[in-house]
Design a protein around this ligand. Sequence first.
Ligand SMILES: Nc1nc2c(c(=O)[nH]1)N[C@H]1C(S)=C(S)[C@@H](COP(=O)(O)OP(=O)(O)OC[C@H]3O[C@@H](n4cnc5c(=O)[nH]c(N)nc54)[C@H](O)[C@@H]3O)O[C@H]1N2
Ligand SMILES: Nc1nc2c(c(=O)[nH]1)N[C@H]1C(S)=C(S)[C@@H](COP(=O)(O)OP(=O)(O)OC[C@H]3O[C@@H](n4cnc5c(=O)[nH]c(N)nc54)[C@H](O)[C@@H]3O)O[C@H]1N2
Ligand code: SF4
Ligand SMILES: [Mo]
Length: 863
Amino acid sequence: MKVSRRGFMKGMGAVASMTGIDSMMAKCAFAAEQAKAAAAMQPAGVMMVKSTCVQCVNFCGIEAKLDNGVIKAIYPDKMRAQYYNWGICPKGATGLFNTYNPYRLKKPLKRTNPNKGMNEDPKWVEISWEEAFQTLTDKLAKVKADNPDKLVWHHGHGKYLIGDQFPKAFVAAFGTRNLVHRTTTCEAARHVADENTWGGHGHLPDLEYTNLYLSFGSNPFEGEQWSRWLDHAIVDGKERGMKMIVIEPRFSQAAAMADEWIPMRPGKDVVFILALAKQLIDNKTIDTDFLMTYTNAPQLVGDDGRLLKGADGRPLVMDVSGATKAYDDPAAKAQLTGSYTVDDKVYHTAFQALVDDIKDMTPQYAEEVCGVPAARVISLAKEIATAARFGSTLVIDGQPVRYRPVASYTFRGLSAKEFGVQNNRANLILNMLIGSMDAAGGLLLGHAMGHLEFLEPSKCEYPPKRVDLAKSVYYPHATHECCQQVQYTVNDPKVYGLGYQPEVQIFYATNRPFSTSDAIKQQDGMKKTWNCVIDITMTETTQFADLVLPDRTYLESWHFSPTRSTPGTKHSAIRQPMVNVYNIPYEGMSILWELNKRLGLRDAYVDALNKKWGLKKVTFQKGRDYTSKEMVEVLWQDKTGKPFDYAMLNAFVGKKINVKDRYLHSIEKGCKGPGKQRIKLYADHLVDSYANVVETVKANDIKNIDLEQYRIAYLPLPSKEHAFPTPHREAKDYPLYLITHKRIYRNQSGYMAENAILNQALGADVAENHIAVNTATGKALGLKDGAMAVIETRVGKAKGKVKLTEGIRPDTIAVSYHYGQWSLGMPDYAKKGIWINQALELHPDRIAGMNSFNDTKCKLTKA
Ligand SMILES: Nc1nc2c(c(=O)[nH]1)N[C@H]1C(S)=C(S)[C@@H](COP(=O)(O)OP(=O)(O)OC[C@H]3O[C@@H](n4cnc5c(=O)[nH]c(N)nc54)[C@H](O)[C@@H]3O)O[C@H]1N2
Ligand SMILES: Nc1nc2c(c(=O)[nH]1)N[C@H]1C(S)=C(S)[C@@H](COP(=O)(O)OP(=O)(O)OC[C@H]3O[C@@H](n4cnc5c(=O)[nH]c(N)nc54)[C@H](O)[C@@H]3O)O[C@H]1N2
Ligand code: SF4
Ligand SMILES: [Mo]
């Protein structure tokens, strides 16, 4: 019998309302019984169900084939191909193995061994959901009555499983300021660079029209990114004749696809980019019109680093007449370069400040620092200039738009760094110089000047309010809820001036003691608090948990699922349950609902949900309960205006973006003309942020801030100092650079290490990772291919198998993330490979709070 999706959902709906499987009114034990009954009532026959894969951040559309209620195969949803997603990856195709995984968590667990540690058996005891909720509610009620900030909520992948909004609404209703998530381990430095440059964040290369694509350590094809749209847009671009140059220390899959691989020395990109900038400027091959119209390049800067402003506070420019004028005076003919005396003081244009800043960035200097031949710096600058087609326009659908078909793009390659913000600012400045921002074929910015507050200096508060020290004097522009500082602060709040000791931590789909740098030290904080973990398998985090709650997987639960918009499309999607393999009665969304209810916060939660989700037409109502399905229905209807039946059949609705919205809505609206803020080529407000750091440190006699390092971090322009992160300066006895990266066969950590296909069927190379060592380096160190070696850094050691390759710089080794799990709750086959994070130094960016993952230096020796 073949059953349609609509028929199936009707059946499920009937089961749900009849048995209360999804109903939060039900008592826990009762719900579990009913879940079993529901599972037994799966319809017979073959059926196709559309949904969204949420095993990584790409949210691919999927179509699953069920046979008698059992998932037999997962295919890509062809309907989404025209919008963003053409196919699925090995993880997506084998995702059912993560759901049918026999090592899944099935019942709530209570720890009975009070000692926490890597080798401590927690001595779990199974408990009922009722007892689990009661324990958690009691703990939370106590904390709430005392000081709600003593609760710290963490989510990692959880951000995508149920969105940021549900947890954010919960902490708002509860009253704690302490919610942290994973963005600060991903790309927060890039977001903060965007925010401090153009007042918003998020940008994408316009690959449909790009002719020259520079990729600085963005890792598509391996670390899948942006809905795999990036992979396909790159392939399509290349078929059209686009040239792609990959600049990074390692021969990545992207490098394998590229026309050229430039093996950059780790962490030195900023010098390379500034050397390119100098060449472009010296050769007079820059987009002057762009700089004058959209950026603060002509604004005057004093010797104190600040902008010269008129009586009304508006920044001034130097008119060709020799008088200053307001930057946005339509009558002004401003100078782009030069130094001028105003009221007996010397001022330079911001552009001149850049020219002076990079005067030493010769091709020879770039060669010395970055290990890239000087001749290639010179020739690449020429290539960029030719490809940029200065002054040209392209007519698309009858609309002329600026045409600068060169895009310089990056992701964690420049962001997962101690100077991540400055690295990314350098890349933005390169795009500014060639005028590629918001041009056809260039770099498209999300919503320029949508948040002008990002362009203001930080108040550098002290004492800090939040456990992650965000926006405090420690991380003044940390706007993305830094997670990796938390355990240090929890371990010793007084050192940071935090006025309270956190008591309870909840971890929802995140694996912090495995995923952060200097990971072993991170465990100390978790030993001090009572911890609840919500996951689908045992992990390194459960090793430190007091209570563990099982969750349903992405194939078992509802969500108004995210998608990734692309330069040309926007969409909405849902995720829907198709099985419930272990009859688990709750999942992320319903756990939160139940908690709020038991804490007496249900109506406050409803208010917060409406606000966080920005609901307008259809909203959550007070005084009633919602099943997870009903919550998704509210969200779908408000966001799409379409009936929910449509969602259950198609799981997706998409639309194409018109030319105006694509090219003329961002900087054209936000940065051009009178009264509009200009893009900050020169980030003058960082000078004031630094001054506020100095003042706060002095006023409070703060001992653990190195002001000289803050001065360097807060320079208003990226500079050569930003190519020398702490380990590069200090770890003199450690000769090799150590970098890490993603692999296509894993998403992060935890559950996927237990997927039998990805661990057994695809062979040994997939089941583990290795140390990539240049052949010449291996020979010099007496290391043969396959030999065991020890990586030693200033913070730890990691042992693993060597893979000799030409695909890495001789002064660098690379180890992928994801492998070498050690949780006692995992089967041995999931533990293969190297856990590199125990050996990575942690140096958060002093602007963004984003962690450095790729700055460490090491020794390599035969094991
Ligand atoms: N060396 C090195 N370290 C890295 C990286 C790197 O490239 N190199 N990458 C960094 C990056 S970009 C990030 S984002 C962080 C991520 O690190 P974290 O934020 O710590 O963890 P996540 O990988 O987001 O979450 C993984 C957890 O979610 C669980 N999970 C999966 N599906 C479900 C589900 O349906 N329900 C529940 N409740 N749990 C589920 C998994 O079992 C696992 O325990 O790691 C960072 N760490
Ligand atoms: N298969 C898979 N896909 C994923 C994930 C996953 O776990 N698995 N995670 C998702 C998440 S949460 C994220 S944040 C994204 C991350 O997406 P990416 O940032 O694209 O991926 P990473 O592998 O973290 O990127 C690091 C890249 O930078 C390079 N690199 C390291 N140091 C330097 C340097 O100094 N300079 C330059 N130029 N390059 C350098 C590395 O060689 C590597 O290729 O991936 C997402 N997609
Ligand atoms: S790329 Fe990510 S979302 Fe897409 S199929 Fe693979 S795991 Fe799923
Ligand atoms: Mo990430």
